[in-house]
Design a protein around this ligand. Structure first.
Ligand SMILES: Cc1cc2nc3c(=O)[nH]c(=O)nc-3n(C[C@H](O)[C@H](O)[C@H](O)COP(=O)(O)O)c2cc1C
Length: 288
């Protein structure tokens, strides 16, 4: 009994596979793509099969699939292949309803800026406008197309080099750094669910050295029920086991406690972020 239900992706029905994929790869950022066709018609549509793939050069990509219903290419795909440029705007919470209108399958001559009430913002290099209401706009030159199949729902990865970036004053902090709290970005999840980033933010600093690792913790700690995976990893996130510090009054208090009680205290200290103190408890418990 593993607790997993297993699916052979090749044997799944197309819609079921799609639903599984969008639940697994979530939350996904949304690239709000503006493109233009050779007749000058402007198109705006959201794409959550979107990401950045390189910082040097700066490469981003979206994947407009062939329609799952008709198998036809989306206007965004046709336009970008035709005119070789696009812009991507960040979608914020206060424009989600307008974005939703742009996801409707309007014909190529319909301008979704007019349908949604969003305003075009003319960039510097690329002729397709970004979304003026968005706090961050990327102007991109198309670089590569990878077509995964010619079947309905088959993806088309369109990569582009970011050639110009527009960022609103309002999203910077007093140290001229972009403050993620000020962007109010949304992301797409499975089914019709979205997530609003500022409601679920937490900070986790990247290790600046090679962490000690869970495998180097005393075996009694590794198997202790007071230490779920996150606490084990936090205790093991230091570079080296700290030296023992002789604190007489601490020893007196802890002499009276059982190993189990000391492990409980140790786990509490770790949960409070008091890692060095937690290691001292392991010395007192004679686990080191
Ligand atoms: C939040 C959101 C994300 C979407 N992501 C994608 C995507 O990654 N790929 C895709 O083919 N369609 C995606 N769609 C659907 C397209 O936006 C929709 O098919 C749209 O009509 C395409 O417009 P176009 O034909 O003008 O290019 C998404 C829709 C929404 C609401």
């Amino acid at each position: 009994m593993t607790g997993f239900i297993e699916y052979n992706a090749k044997e799944m029905e197309m819609r079921e596979r799609y639903k599984m994929l969008i639940s697994a790869v979530a939350p996904r950022p949304i690239g709000f793509a503006t493109s233009i066709n050779s007749e000058g018609n402007i198109n705006l549509a959201p794409f959550s099969f979107f990401n950045a793939f390189s910082a040097n050069p700066p490469i981003v990509g979206i994947s407009p699939a062939f329609s799952g219903r008709t198998g036809k290419p989306k206007n965004t795909l046709t336009n970008i292949l035709e005119t070789k440029e696009f812009t991507l705007s960040v979608v914020t919470f206060d424009m989600v309803e307008q974005m939703n209108i742009c996801a409707a399958e309007y014909p190529p001559d319909v301008n979704e800026f007019l349908k949604s009430g969003l305003s075009p913002y003319q960039g510097k290099v690329v002729s397709t406008p970004g979304v003026a209401e968005s706090p961050l706009i990327l102007e991109c030159n198309f670089t590569e197309h990878i077509q995964f199949s010619d079947q309905p729902a088959g993806g088309n990865l369109l990569l582009g080099e970011v050639v110009y970036i527009h960022a609103k004053d309002a999203i910077f902090d007093e140290n001229s750094k972009i403050d993620p709290h000020k962007i109010d970005q949304v992301a797409r999840m499975g089914y019709n669910w979205y997530s609003r980033s500022i409601q679920g933010m937490f900070e986790l600093k990247a290790p600046k050295y090679l962490p000690l690792g869970v495998d180097k913790l005393p075996k009694e700690v590794q198997s202790c029920p007071y230490f779920p995976g996150n606490l084990l990893a936090r205790l093991a996130s230091i570079e080296n086991i700290p030296e023992r510090q002789e604190i007489a009054e601490l020893s007196e208090t802890y002499d009276r406690l059982s190993t189990d009680e000391m492990l409980k205290i140790c786990a509490k200290l770790v949960s409070e972020g008091r890692i060095l103190q937690a290691w001292q408890i392991l010395y007192l418990a004679e686990l080191l």
